[in-house]
Design a protein around this ligand. Sequence first.
Ligand SMILES: Nc1nc2c(c(=O)[nH]1)N[C@H]1C(S)=C(S)[C@@H](COP(=O)(O)OP(=O)(O)OC[C@H]3O[C@@H](n4cnc5c(=O)[nH]c(N)nc54)[C@H](O)[C@@H]3O)O[C@H]1N2
Ligand SMILES: Nc1nc2c(c(=O)[nH]1)N[C@H]1C(S)=C(S)[C@@H](COP(=O)(O)OP(=O)(O)OC[C@H]3O[C@@H](n4cnc5c(=O)[nH]c(N)nc54)[C@H](O)[C@@H]3O)O[C@H]1N2
Ligand SMILES: [Mo]
Length: 773
Amino acid sequence: MNHPKTLTAAHWGLYEIRDAMTAEVSIHPFATDPSPSPIGLQMLETARSDSRVRRPAVRKGWLENGPASRGQRGLEPFVEVDWSVALDLVARELGRVKQQHGNQAIFGGSYGWSSAGRFHHAQSQVHRFLNCIGGYVRHLNSYSLGVAHPLLPYLVAPIGELMMTHNDWDSLIEHCELFVTFGGVPAKNAQISQGGTAEHRIPGALARMQRAGIKFVNISPTRKDLETGADFEWWPIRPNTDTALMLALAYVLVEEGLHDTTFLATYCVGFEVFRNYLLGQKDGVRKTPDWAGGITGIDPERIRSLAREMGAKRCMINAAWSLQRAHHGEQPYWALISLAALVGQIGTPGGGFGVGYGAENLLGSPHARISGPTLPQGSNAVDSFIPVARIVDMLESPGQPFTYSGKIHHYPDVKLVYWAGGNPFHHHQDLTRLVNAWRLPDSVFVNEQFWTPLAKMADVVFPATTALEREDIFFSPKEHLIAPMKQAIPRVGEARDDYDIFRGLSDRLGVDAAFSEHRDARQWIEHLYIDWRERIAGDGVALPDFESFWHGETVALPKPSRPTVMLEAFRDDPLAHPLGTPSGKIEIYSATVDGFGYADCPGGHATWLEPAEWLGSPLATTYPLHLISDQPSTRLHSQLDHGPLSRSQKIQGREPVDIHPDDADRRGIRTGDIVRLFNARGSCLSGANVTANVVSGVVRLSTGAWFDPQDWSGNQVLEKHGNPNALTADLAASSFSQGCAAQTCLVDIEKYLDAAPPVSAFDTPDGVASLAT
Ligand SMILES: Nc1nc2c(c(=O)[nH]1)N[C@H]1C(S)=C(S)[C@@H](COP(=O)(O)OP(=O)(O)OC[C@H]3O[C@@H](n4cnc5c(=O)[nH]c(N)nc54)[C@H](O)[C@@H]3O)O[C@H]1N2
Ligand SMILES: Nc1nc2c(c(=O)[nH]1)N[C@H]1C(S)=C(S)[C@@H](COP(=O)(O)OP(=O)(O)OC[C@H]3O[C@@H](n4cnc5c(=O)[nH]c(N)nc54)[C@H](O)[C@@H]3O)O[C@H]1N2
Ligand SMILES: [Mo]
C-alpha cells in the first residue's frame, strides 16, 4: 500500500503537505482538484511571516490602569508577557465584568470566517467557552447574507436550504438554454468554500455550459465576474438598480402575456398585488423598459427582447449575494424570485432562480448532502443579540431600541468584547466610526494569528495557531470526500490553539470540566468523529472507524442517487411538500412583511426604492463614482493579504482600484498612479488600474487590504493601503433586516500628488519583538 498523503484544508481548498514537520516542508495542490486555488499555497510563508503574533501581548495602559485607559486603545505600545500572566489578567477581568454587570455585558458574537477544520473552529470555541461561563451577547446572520437570512423564509425558503439545493451544474448543462445572471458567476469567489473544497468546479462547469451552447447574459457593473472561455453579452448596469431592471422584465412578461399563469396559480400567492404595482395601478408609474432604462442605463429594447427570450426558453436567473449587500437589498432578491415565478420554471432542472451561483464553490455541487461533525456549543443563558452589522450602533447606544424582522429589541450595554477568528476592522463599514466606538467598552480581548488591525485595537492579544500547526477533520457541505488534517509545522512562537487558550481561561474560572470534558485536542477530534459516525450511520452513511480514517488519506462519501434540483419536490406536489412560508407557497406578496409596516421595506412585494447613494441621487454631483467593494481574487477577505500573491497585485504597495478610461482621462489618471478615493466619511490611497472592464461611473476596490490609517486618533485621516471600508457607509439595508449595505457608496477619486506615506499595515506594533523568539 502507498503511504497515505498528508493533507491539510483551508477555505481555499484541500492541499497536500510534503515533508511535514521537517525543514523541507512544502505545500501542493490536491492531486484530483481540477482548478486548485493558488491562495492556499502561500500558507507556509504567511504562517511564519513577520506579521505573526508570537507572544501574548498586553496594551501598556490597560496593564497599568485597566479599563480606565480604554480611550487609548490602539494608541499605545504593547508589553509582551508570559502566558500565565496574560491568562490571569483576562480571567480576572472576565470575572469582574460578569460579577458587576452580568454576562449580558460580554459581547462574544465574534463574527468572522476563521479557518477550516471542524474542531478548531474559532467561533465554535469562543461560543462554547463563553456559554460555559454563563453566556454572551450573540450576533444573528452574516455580513454575507444579512438580508437573505431574514427575508427568504417569508418568501420561499431559508437561504441555507437554498444554498444546498441549487440545481447542479450537470443539470444546467443538460437542460438550461439561457443563463441570465446579475453580478456574474465569479470564479474568483468560487475559489472559496467555507470549510474548504476538494474539487473547484466552477471554471470547468462554465466552460462546459458554454460548449453546450447555453447563452449567457451578465448584468453587472463589472465584466470579469463571468468568464466562460468565450464571448457573452455583458450589460453594464448602474449599481444598486437591478430591481428596476427585474421589474421591467416582469412588466414585459405580463404585458405580452408571456407569464406562466398556471405556475402562478398553483405555486404562488400575491401575483395580483405585484401585477398592479407593475402596471402602475398602485403608484401611477408603469415599470416599463423605458422607465427602467432611465434608472439602470440599459437600452429598453434590450430589456424587452430579453424578457421575450426568458418567456420562450429554459432559463436560469441568478443573482450574486452582493445585490442584497446594499441599501434596500431586500428588493432585488424579492424581484428575482418574483421574476422567476412569472417565468414559471422553478423546480425544473434547467430553470428557476439562483441566489449566488459562484459566491462559493458549494453552490451547484452535485454531491450528497450530509450533515457534518460539530463541536457542541452548549446553551447560551443570555438572550440579547444584535443583527451582526449593527455592532457600532450597539457600542454607541446601549439600551436604545432597534427593529428587526417585525419586532423591537434593545441594544445591550456591553463592557467587554471577546473576538476570535474574525476581523471587524476588515468587515465593518465606516471604519473611522468603528475606531471611535471601539474605545467605549472597558476591555477588548482577541485571539489572533497576525498583527491585524483588530489585534492592534485590543487590550490583550493571545497568539493563536494556524491550521498548519494543528490537527483536525476536513468536512465541508456537499463535498465528495472527507479527510484527516495533519499538522504540517511546529507551532510558531508561543502560539496556542484557541482551544488551549480557552482551556487556560476555563481552568482559572472554574469551568474546565464543562469546557474541555477532560479531552485534549486529539481526543476531541476522535470524539467528534465517533459521535458523527454513529449519527450518520442512521442515515445510511457508513464511515470507517476512527483509526482507519485517521491513518488513511481521504474517505469518499456516498454518491446521491439523483441530480439536485431546487424546489423539485414542491413542484412535483405542492400539497405534499409545502414551503415553510406562511401560505406554504412562494410569496410574491407577503402579508406578513407588509404587516411589519417598514417604510424602507414597504408594500409586501418587490418595489423599486432609490438607495441612499447611487448614480441617480443628488449626492452624485459631489461624489460621481459608485464604489463597488467586492470580494478579492487573491485572498479571502483580509486573510493572507500579507502573502506574496496578494502583494504581487498591489500597485506601489496599495490595493488596485479599477476605473473606466473615461473617468480616468477626465482626472488625468493613468494605470500605476497612486490615487486618493474620498467622500464625506473618509479617504484612502489606492493604485489606479484603468480598464474598460468596469462601467463608466463605477470604481471597483476589492475588500481586504489591512486597514492602515495614517494614525489611530479616530479623526478622519487618510487610510494609506486601500481599504474600501474607510469610505463605505455604516448603513442598514433596511429596518426589516438591518443587513450590511456595503455596496451602497459614492466616492470621487483624484490623482495623489503628494509624496505617498509608506504602508505600515503589516508592521507589528511598538513593544512587540518581531522575530527570533
Ligand atoms: N466593503 C465591504 N465590506 C465587507 C464585504 C463587502 O463585500 N464589502 N463583505 C463582507 C463579508 S461577506 C464578510 S463574510 C466579511 C468577512 O469578514 P471576516 O470574516 O471578519 O474577515 P477575515 O479576514 O476572514 O477575518 C478572519 C480573521 O480570523 C483570523 N483567523 C483565522 N483563523 C483563525 C483561527 O483559527 N483562530 C483565530 N483566533 N483567528 C483566526 C484571521 O487571521 C483573520 O484576521 O467582510 C464583510 N465586509
Ligand atoms: N477569492 C475570494 N472569494 C470569496 C471571498 C473572498 O474574500 N475572496 N469571500 C466569500 C464570501 S464571505 C462571500 S459572502 C462571497 C460573496 O459573494 P458575492 O457577494 O457574490 O461577491 P462580490 O464579489 O462582492 O460580488 C459579486 C459581483 O457582483 C457585482 N456587483 C456588485 N454590486 C452590484 C450591483 O448592484 N448589481 C449587479 N448586477 N452586480 C453587482 C460585483 O461587480 C461583483 O463582481 O464570496 C466568497 N468568496
Ligand atoms: Mo461573506
